[in-house]
Each structure stands twice: as C-alpha cells, then as structure tokens.
Design a binder for this molecule. Structure first.
Ligand code: HEM
Length: 424
C-alpha cells in the first residue's frame, strides 16, 4: 500500500468497499466508461491494477509497445498473471506471424472472392426468405469461409469445432472476472476439452497434408505454410492455423451482423449499393467499402483491447508495475467528437474520396506488432459481402429498430433477426 501511495496512478471511481466497480461496470459497461471518461478524463483507474485509456496516442503507444513493455492476453482465464509465459509467447508468436503473412497479404486475398460468393450462396441464398438469427447465421458463414480458406475443401470437422469453441468460451467472454484455471469448474473442463480437440484435429490435418504429395502448395493457407523455406515445425503451423481460425471467425461475424443491422434500417443505402454493384466492376465498390469502414468505426467488434505491463514502465505520467492491466477502448475513441465530426452518426460518405483521414483515432484492427493479421482478407470479404447482399436481397428485420448493442467479449447487436428476401 505504501508503494501504491508513492507511485503515480490515475484517479477513478472508488466503487463499493468490497466489490469495487464490478457491479456498476457489469450493469452498463459503456455507460459506466462514458461517465468515468467525462469525470476523470482520458486515463482513469478501475482498481489498483487496472486502468482505462481513451486517448488515441496513448493507445498507440501501448499497442506498439506490445512484446516489450506489454504483453497481450492469451486466452480466456489464461496465464494473465504468468508474465514469463506470456512474454515467452510474445517472442514465439513472431515466426508464426511471419509464416502466415504470405497467405494473408493483399495479393493472396485477392483470390478469395470465389470462395466468399460460394459460401454466401450456400448459407444465405439457400436459406433465403426464412427469418434467422443474424449473428449465428454470420458465424456459420465466417466459420465455413475461414475453414475453407485454411484447408481448402478438406476442412471436415473444423467448422463444427469452431462453433463448439464459441459455446465453450461464451461464459468467459461474458464474465468480467476470471477464476483460476485449475479450479475444476464444468466450464473450465469444457474449455480444455474443446481446446484439446481443436489442437488434435489441426495436428492431424497438418501431419496428413505434410506427408502427402496432394494439396498444391499455396492453394490454401495450410499449403502456403507448408511451402515455407525452411518448412516450419508442425507446432508452429498448428498454432498459426489456430490463431487464424479463431481470429477469422467470431470477430468478422460480429462485424457482418452490424453491417446487416445498418442495411436493414437503411433502404436508401441498399438502393445506392445495388446501383454501385450493378455498375462497371472495374470501378470497384467504394461505397460498399465505406459502409464497412463506417460500420467498424461505430461498432468495432474488438471494442476493448487488453495489454498487461510486463515490467516497470510509464504510460504518460502514470507508473505501471508488472501485471497491471491497461484497457484500450476503441469504441469511445471512435465516437469522440474531438476526432470525429458528428461521431454517433452513421455516415459512410465520410470515407469517400479520401475525406476521412483516420490516423490514430481509427483502430478497428488494432495497431503495432499485433495488428490484425486478417485485415486485408476481412476488408475484402466484408466489402464483397455487403455489395452482394445489397445486390441480391432486401433485408427485412422485425426488431432492427429495437435491438441494442451488447458490450461483451465482442461488440455486436444483440439478438438481431432478419429475412433475406431475394430481389429478383
Ligand atoms: C472485421 C473483422 C476483424 C476485426 C475487426 C479484427 C480485429 C482485430 C484486432 C483489433 C486485433 C488485435 C487485437 C489486439 O491487439 O489485442 C486482431 C488480431 C488478429 N486477427 Fe483480426 N479482426 C478481424 C478479422 C480477422 C480475420 C478474418 C482473421 C483471419 C484471417 C483475423 C486474424 C487475426 C489474428 C491471427 C490476430 C492476432 C494477431 C497477432 O496477435 O499477431 N482477424 N484482429
């Protein structure tokens, strides 16, 4: 305590003597953070070890310091307090990232349009006219797409495992506190079981492919990884695929749900998108891309990123000790009138003709060494999907006007339902 008094730590709400700020935060996460922001400014404390940052420059400082001053969280209830392990992982991740890049850069993702349309036809067109839960439909879509992107047609079992992983991690995603992993709680056992099954399935697929002459190198992400010189160890390939499958599934599904939410409320926009999609393709689809960018501004699925201080350090004038958590809030930065005119208004035109200069106040994909590896892939797929949906369907939703955004692990409109009604 004496040490706490000496070090410089930002102000913040004291909360209840026993439970601190947990209840106030849990009852209305974004309302609580907005109130604190207004009262205490861009950096405020949540408790003795946790502070929130709503300043673009400081957010970038924390994100670019990842791997050195800071480490990322690894998994639900992970070894957040095991800093040595987290730091070790920060180093071992670099080869995985390098290995994956040739399969995820702009040139590689330009070949994914056929796959995107094929999966859209299977998931959306085949169920057209039926009312669906949009988030689960989008999860089916993204799970199939990313599984096929990684393994080609040979992805049996992976899609189902991705769904199971979402179910197994749901309880952690919704909780603001974590119990130690060694506690034999049913949700811990379920999580570990699913994690093991995923690791075994991926290992089997990698071993099988690396031992066979089939599978054109470079035709899917696994092919790209195995074609590396020198060929990376199986563990590296498995763990790269695991990260890509996890990153490429839930987060883009949340983003697509927000896109559908906006389209369902804006027939005029759908009309304009349809005109664009029916026009000369060489011109690209700037409006569809602007819709995606604006959706990611207003509803960044990764609305809160966590960094943990790996060593004694400072952020602005505040002192951090190893183990302190820094929570970076993309959502509030994206809606700050200091950086964005009419911040709460959905206005895709702000992105057209290079009008928006995003700079550090736009970070839906993070920044620094751990910036999203799938940004190019997902921007291409989301843009094509937006354009394709507008071109082929009218979106009717019974509850688009009443649903609200849920601030859990991933930000997404809660329980949105819709019918995709074919236009022609
Ligand atoms: C709208 C879609 C997406 C959004 C908004 C998004 C957002 C993000 C963000 C914010 C991070 C950094 C998290 C942090 O620093 O704590 C991240 C990391 C990551 N994303 Fe994405 N992502 C999207 C789609 C994808 C897709 C499709 C893939 C798969 C190809 C993917 C793969 C990854 C991976 C592997 C990482 C970890 C990178 C690393 O730690 O080096 N993401 N994503």
């Amino acid at each position: 305590m004496a040490y706490r008094e000496k070090r410089s730590w930002p102000p913040g709400p004291r909360g209840h003597w026993l439970t601190g700020n947990t209840r106030a935060y849990e009852s209305d996460r974004i309302g609580f953070l907005r109130r604190c922001h207004r009262e205490y400014g861009d950096v405020f404390s949540y408790d003795e070890h946790t502070l929130f940052v709503i300043d673009p420059q400081l957010t970038h400082e924390a994100l670019t310091g990842t791997g050195d001053t800071f480490v990322t969280e690894l998994a639900p209830f992970d070894m957040r307090r095991d800093l040595d392990r987290a730091t070790e992982h920060a180093t071992s991740w670099l080869p995985e990232r390098r290995a994956a890049w040739p399969g995820l850069n702009r040139t590689a993702v330009a070949r994914t349009d056929d796959l995107t349309v094929k999966v859209l036809e299977a998931v959306i067109a085949d169920g057209a006219g039926r009312e669906v839960d949009v988030l689960s439909t989008m999860r089916t879509l993204t799970a199939r797409t990313i599984a096929e992107y990684c393994f080609g047609a040979d992805h049996s079992g992976v899609t189902e495992l991705l769904h199971e992983t979402v179910r197994a991690t749901q309880a952690f995603a919704e909780a603001s506190h974590e119990f130690p992993a060694w506690l034999p709680l049913p949700r811990h056992r379920r999580f570990f079981r699913t994690y093991r099954r995923m690791a075994e399935t991926l290992t089997a697929l990698v071993v099988e492919r690396s031992g066979s002459a089939s599978g054109t190198p470079g035709s899917d992400l696994l092919g790209f990884l195995l074609a590396g010189e020198p060929s990376p160890p199986v563990d590296t390939v498995v763990s790269t695929l695991h990260s890509v499958l996890m990153g490429g599934h839930g987060v883009p599904a949340a983003a697509l749900t927000s896109v559908v939410w906006e389209l369902a409320r804006r027939p005029r926009l759908v009309h304009d998108l349809r005109d664009e999609a029916d026009g000369p393709a060489e011109g690209g689809t700037p409006l569809a891309e602007a819709v995606v960018r604006e959706t990611l501004r207003l509803y960044p699925p990764a609305w809160l990123m966590t960094r943990t201080a790996a060593k004694e350090s400072t952020l602005a004038k505040w002192s951090l000790s190893p183990g302190d958590d820094v929570l970076l809030n993309a959502y509030l930065i994206h809606r700050d009138p200091r950086w964005w005119p009419r911040p709460d208004e959905f206005d895709p035109t702000r992105w057209l003709d290079g009008r928006a200069a995003p700079g550090p106040a736009y970070l839906p994909f993070g920044a620094g060494p751990r910036v999203c590896l799938g940004a190019a892939l997902t921007m291409r797929q989301l843009t094509l999907t937006t354009s394709w949906l507008a071109r082929h369907f009218t979106i009717e939703s019974p509850n688009a006007q009443s649903v609200t955004v849920e601030f859990v692990d991933r930000l997404a409109p809660a329980h949105l339902r819709a019918r995709f009604v074919p236009t022609g």
